[in-house]
Design a binder for this molecule. Structure first.
Ligand code: CO
Length: 349
C-alpha cells in the first residue's frame, strides 16, 4: 500500500467532526479487504477486526474527523458566520480559503473576509479578535442567494487547500490531524497481511475526536481492548521562537512516543515496549515532551477493567490551522513502529 497516495486521498476528503461520511467511505473501501470483519456503529465509527490466536484484543485507533466549522448564521447581505468544530484559534483564519459543502454535496469556495489596512486604524490592528468577528464571503449578495445554493444553518465547512507535495520529503495538506493516523493504521494493517497474529487486532477509525474524544469512548466499550495505541498527527513546534519545554516535538526526527499529555498518561509498559521495538528495528523516534492536547487514548484507557494505552504520532507543523506540513519519512517510520509494536504486543499480556 502506498502511504503517500493514501494520505493524499484522505487529506483531501471532506470530513469535519460528525460529518465524516466521505472519509468513512474511503476507509471502508480500503480497509475491508484487509480484515475479517468490518462494521460501522451508530455513531459512525468504523471498526475492523482481524482474528488472532488469542481473544485478547489489541486496538489501533485513529480519528477520521478534521477541525472545521458549521455555518451558524447567514447575514442578509449573503455573508456566512461560523461555529467551530474543534479547537480553533481565530487568529489563524483571516484571508484563508474555505470549502463549504452544500446540501447536494457541491463544494462552494469561500474566503474568510478581512479589512484592508487602508481603512484599519493602528489601534484596531493590534487588537485580538474572536471567531464571532469573522465572516465568510462566498460571493453571494443576499441570504436568499445563499439558501438557493443549498447552504443553510448547520452546513459543514473545512479549510480549502488541496494536498501538495513540495519536495521529495515534504507535503502540505489541510487534514493531517488525523488523516496521518488513519494512514498509519491502514498501512500497518496492510503490512501485517500474512503475519500470524498472537492477539486479535481491532482497528478503529473514529468520529468526533475533536469534539471531546466522543467516538473512541463507544469504540472502547464495543471492542473491550487489553492494549490500545492511538495514532495521531501531532504538534511539531520546531519553529522560530519556541524553545525548551514548549517545543513538544520536531518535524523530521521520527514519530513521537507520548509520555503524557493533558488528557492521559501513557502506560509505562507500552512506552517501554515502543522504545524496545524502535531500538531493535532501528527506527528513529522521539519522546514527545509532556504537554499539548489530548487523544483518543484518554477515552479508551479507563474503559472496562482498564486498558494499557500508548500514542504514536507523526509530528506535523501548523495543525489546527488551514494548512499543515508533514515529513514523509516520519510517516513511514510511524508505520514501521506501529507494525513492530503489533508483532510484539502479546508480551504485554
Ligand atoms: Co488529532
Amino acid at each position: 500500500m502506498n502511504a503517500l497516495d493514501l494520505l493524499e486521498q484522505l487529506s483531501n476528503a471532506f470530513g469535519p467532526s460528525s460529518v465524516e461520511d466521505d472519509v468513512r467511505d474511503l476507509i471502508v473501501d480500503v480497509v475491508k479487504p484487509l480484515v475479517d470483519e468490518l462494521r460501522v456503529d451508530r455513531m459512525g465509527n468504523v471498526i475492523g477486526t482481524r482474528r488472532g490466536r488469542r481473544d485478547d484484543v489489541l486496538l489501533l485507533d485513529a480519528h477520521m474527523d478534521e477541525v472545521g466549522f458549521l455555518v451558524s448564521y447567514i447575514e442578509e447581505s449573503g455573508f456566512l458566520r461560523l461555529f467551530p468544530l474543534g479547537g480553533w484559534d481565530a487568529r489563524v483564519l483571516p484571508g484563508h480559503a474555505l470549502n463549504v459543502r452544500t446540501k447536494d454535496g457541491t463544494i462552494v469556495r469561500g474566503i474568510v473576509g478581512t479589512l484592508p489596512p487602508h481603512i484599519t486604524a493602528e489601534a484596531e490592528r493590534s487588537k485580538a479578535f474572536a471567531l464571532d468577528d469573522l465572516f465568510v464571503d462566498i460571493g453571494a449578495s443576499t441570504k436568499d442567494e445563499v439558501l438557493a445554493l443549498g447552504i443553510d444553518t448547520g452546513t459543514p465547512v473545512v479549510p480549502g487547500y488541496p494536498f501538495e507535495r513540495i519536495n521529495d520529503n515534504l507535503v502540505m495538506g489541510k487534514a493531517f490531524d488525523d488523516r496521518a493516523g488513519c494512514t498509519i493504521a491502514t498501512c500497518a494493517l496492510d503490512a501485517l497481511q500474512g503475519f500470524d497474529l498472537d492477539m486479535t487486532l481491532a482497528v478503529s477509525f473514529t468520529t468526533s475526536e475533536e469534539l471531546g474524544l466522543r467516538g473512541a469512548r463507544t469504540v472502547a466499550n464495543q471492542v473491550a481492548p487489553h492494549v490500545a495505541l492511538a495514532l495521531e498527527g501531532t504538534t511539531a513546534v520546531d519553529v522560530p521562537g519556541v524553545h525548551g519545554a514548549r517545543k513538544l516535538a520536531s518535524m523530521g526526527k521520527g514519530p513521537t512516543v507520548t509520555i503524557a499529555d493533558r488528557s492521559a498518561i501513557a502506560s509505562r509498559q507500552v512506552v517501554a515496549l515502543l522504545e524496545d521495538v524502535a531500538a531493535k528495528d532501528n527506527i528513529p523516534y522521539q519522546r514527545k515532551l509532556p504537554g499539548g492536547g489530548g487523544t483518543d487514548a484518554a477515552a479508551i484507557q479507563p474503559v472496562g477493567e482498564g486498558v494499557l494505552v500508548g500514542v504514536i504520532s507523526v509530528p506535523c507543523r501548523y495543525i489546527h490551522s488551514p494548512l499543515s506540513m508533514l515529513f514523509l519519512p516520519d510517516l513511514e517510520n510511524a508505520i514501521r513502529l506501529t507494525t513492530g509494536f503489533v508483532r510484539s504486543a502479546a508480551s504485554l499480556l
